[in-house]
Each structure stands twice: as C-alpha cells, then as structure tokens.
Design a protein. Structure first.
Length: 565
C-alpha cells in the first residue's frame, strides 16, 4: 500500500529554522475545509480493494431518504488524511506494514442525477459535465457507430445505461469491502433491484494485483508515481501543509519532480493555477469563476470536485505480442522497447535518468523516481544540513536536454500526459504555466486477474478515476489535444511528424479505429523508426460525475438545493 506524504497532526514537528524543513510556513496558501471535502479527492483512499457501483435513480424521494441515512458515513478528507498519516508513521517506526484497517465510502452524481435531486446545474459552465461522457465519447477519439469500444457496447454509461450516481468504496481486504458494500447498499447487490430509490446498473470490483505485480498495472508498469502535489494548509497553522515540501532545490515542489498545484484545479472554491504566468507561486482566480469573472460553477459547488470514471479494457496479450515482435524487428530488447512506449521502465524508473537499463533502486526511491525534466539541468548540491528526515537528499545529478526524444520519445505516454518543461512541444505561445493547469488527480485501480503468459481471454483493465474542476480543460484536453494528435500543437507540417500518438491511451483523432503512429529514435546505428501501433486500451464504460461537499449531500438529502446556499 502506497501512501502520500502529507502534513497534519501526526506529521513531525517543523524542523528548526537553521535546517531544511518539509513543513515551511505557507501563510499565503489557503486553509482547506477538509471536514467538508470528500476523502478520495485530495487525500486518496489508497486501498488495495475498491468497488464502483453505478446506480440509476428511480424514486428521488426514496433515494434522498437513503442518502440522508448515509451522509455521516461518507469519508471526509480529514478522516482519510489522518488515517494515511498514522499508517505512514507507524510503518516508519515498525519498518513493516502496520496492522491498521479502515473502509471508506464516497459518491458522485451525474448532471441528470443532480437534477433529479433538485439541484440546479445551469451555472455549471463545463460542457463535458452537463453533456455526459457518452455524448462526448467521440470527441475523445473513442470508437463510433457500434464498433467495439463505442458507447452502445459499454457495460455502463452508454445509451440507456447512463448512471445517475456512482458509489466509490474502498477497504484493506476483499472481505472488508464485501461487508462495506453489504452494509451500505444491501438492496443493490443484484442488478435489477430498485430498493432505496435506485437500481444497480453495473458494479466493478478493483484490486491491487497480487505479488510480484503489486503496485503495477496489467501491462506490467509501476503505476501512480507522478501525481501533482496540492498547495494548501489543513489547519490555521502556517506550517500544517497538505503536501510536504521535500525538495530542497525547488520550493514549488513537494517531492522532487512533483509540482505543487493550487487547489482550485481540483476542488471548487479555492484559488486555481495561473495560466498566464510562469511563477507557480502566483495563484489564479477562484475556481468558481473564470479570469473574466464569468461563473464556472454555482456557489453550492464549493468544496466539490468533478470525477471522471473510465472503465478501460487492456489487451495485455496484444501488447506483449507487439513488444516481442517489434523488439526483434528493430533490434532492441523487449524491456527497452516497452519503456520507450511508456517513458518508464516496468519498475517505474524513468528513462530520463535510467536511459540504458532498468534500475530498481532508482524506481523504489520516491525522492528520485520522478525527479527529471526534458531540458538541460545542471548538477547541484544544496547548502545546509537536513534537520528534517523527510527532506530529500542534498545532491542532484545533471541532465542533458532531450529535445528530439532520443532518450525519452516525444510521444511516450508520460511525456505526452505531462510535458513538464518541454516548451518546444507546446502550442504556440504556451508555457509551463499552462501545462500546470492541465493536471488531474488520478485514483485508478486495476480490475480483473493478472494476465497469464498462456493468453487466456478474460476482462481485465483499469478503473480510471480522476478529479478536477474542469473536465473540458483538464481530462478532455489531455486526451483530445495531447494523447490523440501526432504533435502537441495539433499541426503536422508537410505531412511529417516528430512525435506520434500516445501509445497507451491515444487514438488517431481522424480515424479512431485506424492504426496509431509512434516515432522511435534508435542508436547503433542511428535511425528513426515509425511504428504502427494497434489499440491496446478500449473504453467499456464510465461517466462524468460531481462529488459534492458533505454539507451539500445533507442538503440534497433534505430536499434539494436552491439557486444559493
């Protein structure tokens, strides 16, 4: 189980001012209302066992009655942060995973679901949320016209199967998860039941893969390494930070390589990231309004967040077969070719700092496994001593720029989804300031059994969950503008390209069912190879949801919301 380093009451006391502290004063950052924010948004459940229940509301009054009975069961950010910090602290002291257990529950509503409960949604400016995933699916490059992966073929979220509500449950064991589902949703365990005012459309069980693949996704890569940090305090104490500051070289990062993002990118009612200025400490406008003062969300959306859910089927055997066959054709080892597609080795070690071979020690060091850029970086040694054991090491190696993707391909998955400082790949006029506004908080979990080498056929993949305050400008932008186009700026000059489609989640924007292309730059001898990639990831369900603050859930249960709180 992997827990983020967070502040809070259980965090170590701030180090003396003469040393480096992971808890500097940050009085310019907002105090987050963690008792009101749902727990999976900022804290992350980080449980090995999770379940998603997709519901259709059939009787709004009866469903409100059920909701009123479970509001106090909805996990808050305060509760999840406290547990995660205790888990970390006990684990550090005992040097093993501690015997601590908890079960968590959150929920979100589609636009249609909110309307059924009396919530006015007209002030939500986000077209993605108001229209829903099925209608936006073709814009994302999903298959169309009844082809596999198109909305009519989805197990949930397609025409006639749109969910009004999604329940997200998490626990430390399969038995605990079954108990939690049975306790909170006893009438929804079988499709077709309509107790408590809702009907179960679909349920998915996700779980961390068993050893030795724990922490990895089905293609074999370690997952969840590159999450953004979130600015903000969790009490009035100026040093009580949500994200610890562990990088002595950059005050604008949590762990090395982990950019700190203003909380309004993920939760409504807080300052967001400024898109026009490269100074990351300069906050943008309140996330309830845009830069021109136009309403982006109603006041009652404060402390809530949009949740994107995608049920993604993974063709593991197809991926393995492609890697094995192509590696032989181009004369590289299978592990290196797979790493070129993702941008990391299977262990999680980044190509940028481990270009020649996988490095398990680097992968396991969370002070180093995300500490890289794509431009030049000089070697450095930080002054002063480390008085805080959570502050990362005082030395940073040099990096030579990789503008042409010779080390990490320009279209490698992690480079497409987060170009970092690679300004040459942005649209004209864009800078890293704009890139920071595109970040999302990912909370995915695998589903289905690990793929055996024998190649048995069964459903397996990723339950992708992501939180943000603009589905259009964050999740959809990443998919439409970066993953699906040959170049980051959507312009292929003179019929040529130098990057390619994202090999994991990208699709050809002009032909969703057609082959994708990917440019690979190889040495010995130096040559460029253009690969045609089949699609290994297929959407099979999901939805766009809004996760209200806990007090708003209580108001929905009591009879709905007016135009103002």
């Amino acid at each position: 189980m992997e827990m983020p380093e967070v502040g809070g009451a259980a965090a170590p006391a701030a180090a003396p001012s003469t040393g480096w502290s992971s808890r500097p004063a940050a009085s310019n950052e907002p105090v987050l209302r963690i008792d009101d924010i749902q727990g999976n948004v900022l804290a992350g459940f980080n449980k090995d066992w999770q379940a998603l229940l997709f519901l259709e509301i059939v009787d709004a009054a009866a469903f409100r009655s059920w909701l009123g009975g479970v509001v106090d069961e909805v996990a808050t950010a305060a509760e999840v942060l406290a547990f995660n910090q205790l888990f970390k602290a006990v684990g550090r002291r005992r040097r093993r995973e501690p015997p601590l257990r908890a079960a968590w529950f959150n929920l979100g509503f589609s636009a249609a679901g909110l309307e059924q409960l009396g919530a006015p949604i007209a002030e939500f400016a986000d077209e993605g949320f108001r229209s829903g995933l099925a209608i936006r699916s073709s814009l994302l490059g999903d298959p169309v016209q009844g082809a596999p992966g198109s909305p009519p073929t989805w197990c949930v979220g397609g025409p006639g199967k749109e969910a009004d509500v999604v329940l997200v449950l998490a626990a430390d064991s399969g038995a605990d998860l079954r108990d939690e589902v049975g306790r909170l949703a006893p009438r929804w365990r079988q499709a077709g039941d309509s107790g408590d005012g809702a009907r179960l459309l679909h349920a998915d069980n996700g779980a961390a893969l068993p050893p030795p693949a724990t922490g990895h996704e089905h293609f074999g890569f370690k997952d969840g390494i590159s999450q953004p940090g979130v600015r903000g305090r969790i009490s009035e104490d100026a040093t009580d930070l949500l994200t610890l500051r562990q990088n002595r070289f950059d005050a604008n990062q949590g762990k090395p390589g982990q950019d700190l993002i203003w909380p309004g990118q993920f939760v409504f009612g807080y300052p967001g990231q400024d898109r026009m200025h490269d100074d990351p400490q300069l906050p943008g406008h309140d996330s309830l309004v845009d830069a021109q003062g136009n309403r982006r969300a109603p006041d009652w959306a404060r402390d809530g967040s949009f949740l994107v859910v995608r049920r993604l089927l993974q063709d593991v055997q197809g991926f393995r077969r492609f890697v094995a066959e192509t590696a032989k054709q181009v004369g590289v080892c299978e592990g290196l070719l797979a790493a070129k597609l993702l941008g990391r080795w299977a262990s999680g070690a980044p190509l940028r700092t481990a270009p020649a071979a996988d490095d398990g020690r680097l992968a396991d060091d969370d002070c180093r496994n995300n500490d890289f850029v794509y431009g030049d970086r000089a070697a450095a040694t930080a002054p002063g001593g480390a008085s805080d054991p959570l502050v990362c090491a005082a030395a940073r190696p040099a990096l030579a720029a990789d503008p042409d993707g010779k080390v990490c391909p320009l279209a490698a998955h992690i480079r497409k989804m987060n170009p970092r400082d690679d300004v040459s790949r942005f649209a004209v006029g864009a800078t890293p300031a704009d890139t920071r506004t595109r970040r999302i908080l990912r909370r995915g979990v695998p589903f289905g059994p690990p793929a055996a080498r024998s190649g048995e056929a069964t459903d397996r993949g990723l339950l992708f969950l992501a939180y943000q305050t603009s589905i259009v400008e964050q999740f959809e932008f990443l998919q439409r503008q970066w993953a699906n186009f040959l170049e980051f700026d959507n312009i292929t000059r003179a019929g040529e390209f130098s990057a390619g489609h994202d090999p994991i989640v990208g699709r050809d924007a002009g032909s969703p069912s057609g082959p994708r292309r990917f440019q690979l730059r190889l040495d010995q001898p130096q040559r460029d190879v253009v690969l045609e990639l089949p699609a290994w990831v297929l959407p099979t369900g999901g939805g766009y949801f809004f996760c209200p603050a806990i007090p708003v859930l209580a108001r929905l249960a009591a009879g709905g919301l007016g135009a103002t709180p």
